[in-house]
Design a protein around this ligand. Structure first.
Ligand code: GLC
Length: 550
């Protein structure tokens, strides 16, 4: 199996990569059964390459009863037949690597499906070696300090299983029993599973829900030292199999706690910056950079070799767990005025509807995503500004079929409409008849073509990936300006968070010997002293500050 190697070993590939989250089921259906699949994704790799994607993150691809869209795995070392076969997966790796792209998939460590043979054996027989793979109790009173995550559906983290005659522990749906990481055999089973996929040539994993692996009385059962110890062991094991493999972790926690998931550079390579994400929306709503400033001030430096993953949206609700209850209320009222738009502690809407389909607002949000900090992750469909369907249950409203063209089923599938795993979006604004890849490819200034251009510019400047971040002070609160700097480049980014034109003055005295060259369409000039200018509503500019005299 061909593996990608980094030309310059000191540059770590994920530090300036563009990530793209693929919902395989929603992407492209090659065999007209109404579900997207691996051969379908392979046909669309050139599309992703052209967008500038370096690494795909695939939502779970394993056999599953799909009570939680595949995050309830019943066989970790196989492909759900609806998606194809292991050979199809190997083809995907080959075809992706041939195009210079990498592939990571979700790995759910914390829990299995209740249909997994381990759980079936465990519940059926107290003496089964699998009984101790899960967390059992005669009462539902243990670990009462652990919060409930799926607040809309679950009343307790314990469910009584009449077959087992005991309660079992679960942090998510009751159909997802938590594994017992105090059992060394569970730990070994997960290492074996990781090895299986690494041997096939996979480039790493998105580590699902890592904070919850262990339980201890009197704690929140999150971020425990035992959890970090296991994750370090997992990292060392993965690295021994493939030194370039990536662990991208989903620790939805405050920055100080997330910092622990990087260890001393010996735990997770990357973590999503969950607290930053809602603050980008909050700052846009308030036309005030303060929320972003505050969370960045709380964001610790990372050990060498580590990186943040930033995102605007993903397959889950826009989580408001990492904000205060007042801010949550504000965000709900502003971005989710209808009750149906809310789910658990979040908002089940896609990016374009959240931002009122406002072209300039969508673009400035992407300017921030691509330049502020870390490696950006795009969510499938957001590159064309897809809409959502809040009438669908759970988070399914943001997981509808990709809109490729205006042919039946949005060009996603040749199945009969009623066979599709979910209906395509048909409303006036976001319906596939108007909004699709093919029509945006024909329109030079569409969101898709604009994103392709701006991602390609972003890719030319490594400081956007691994540069330090220095926020610039500015009297105008609607202006979010910063410097990204590494040994190759010094970059200046200025974003207007308000719908109205805003004037600003930035003190660039530190860079007085530099010239300011616009990377987009703005004006270049010397950078001595103050830089004074005006940006249109939601306007932004990117510059390189350099001492090269041409
Ligand atoms: C993660 C996933 C989410 C899933 C949950 C339980 O948070 O992003 O979709 O429901 O884990 O596995």
């Amino acid at each position: 199996m061909k593996k990608l190697s980094t030309n310059n070993p000191r540059r770590l590939w994920y530090q300036d990569a563009i990530f793209y989250e693929v919902n395989l089921r929603a992407f492209y259906d090659s065999n007209a059964d109404g579900h997207g699949d691996l051969p379908g994704l392979i046909r669309k790799l050139d599309y992703l390459r052209e967008l500038g994607v370096d690494c795909m993150w695939l939502m779970p691809i394993y056999p599953s009863p799909r009570n939680d869209d595949g995050y309830d795995i019943s066989d970790y070392c196989n492909i759900d037949p609806v998606f194809g076969t292991l050979d199809d997966f190997k083809d995907l790796l080959d075809e992706s690597h041939r195009r210079g792209m990498r592939v990571i998939t979700d790995l759910v460590l914390n829990h299995t499906s209740d249909q997994h043979p381990w759980f079936q054996a465990a519940r059926a027989d107290r003496r089964s070696p699998y009984r101790d793979f899960y967390v059992w109790s005669d009462t539902d009173q243990k670990y009462r300090d652990a919060r409930i995550i799926f607040t809309d559906t679950e009343e307790s983290n314990w469910t009584f299983d009449p077959v087992a005659g005991q309660y079992f522990w679960h942090r998510f749906y009751k159909s997802q029993p938590d594994l017992n990481y105090d059992n060394p055999e569970v730990q070994q089973a997960m290492l074996d599973i990781a090895k299986f996929w690494l041997d096939l040539g996979i480039d790493g994993f998105r580590v699902d829900a890592p904070p919850y692996l262990f339980e201890r009385e009197g704690t929140s059962c999150e971020n425990l030292p035992e959890t970090h110890a296991f994750l370090k062991k997992f990292r060392a094991f993965v690295e021994a199999q493939n030194p370039e493999a990536l662990l991208l972790s989903e620790a939805n926690q405050w920055p100080e706690e997330v910092r622990e998931y990087f260890g001393d550079g010996d735990e997770m390579h990357m973590n999503f910056h969950f607290p930053l994400m809602p603050r980008i929306f909050q700052s846009l709503a308030l036309a005030d950079r303060a929320p972003i400033d505050e969370i960045l001030a709380r964001t610790p430096d990372l050990p060498p070799g580590c990186q943040w993953a930033t995102f605007l949206r993903c397959h889950d609700e826009l989580t408001l767990e990492m904000v205060t209850s007042e801010v949550r209320q504000f965000m709900w009222e502003f971005y989710a005025p209808q009750p149906r738009m809310r789910l658990n502690r979040g908002i089940r809407r896609r990016l374009a509807p959240l931002l009122d389909n406002h072209p300039a607002r969508l673009r400035v949000a992407h300017s921030i995503l691509l330049t502020l900090i870390g490696s950006p992750t795009l969510y499938y469909g957001d590159e064309i500004g897809m809409g959502d369907n809040i009438q669908l249950e759970d988070r399914n409203g943001v997981r509808t079929p990709m809109q490729w063209d205006d042919s039946p089923n949005a060009g996603f599938s040749a199945a009969r409409a009623e066979q599709l795993y979910a209906p395509v979006i048909v409303d006036e604004t976001y319906g596939y008849q108007r909004l699709n890849v093919s029509s945006q490819e024909r329109e030079p200034d569409s969101l898709l073509n604009w994103l392709r251009r701006i991602i390609h510019i972003r890719r030319l400047y490594t400081a956007f990936g691994d540069g330090t971040l220095c926020l610039l002070s500015c009297e105008n609160p609607a202006i979010l300006a910063y410097i990204r700097h590494n040994s190759n480049q010094t970059l200046l980014v200025v974003n207007n968070l308000s719908s109205q034109p805003q004037s600003f003055r930035l003190n660039l005295a530190r860079w007085s010997e530099h010239t300011r060259a616009a990377l987009l369409d703005g004006e270049s000039g010397p950078s001595h002293g103050d830089f004074q200018s005006t940006l249109p509503g939601y306007g932004f500019q990117w510059y390189e500050l350099s001492t090269n005299v041409s």
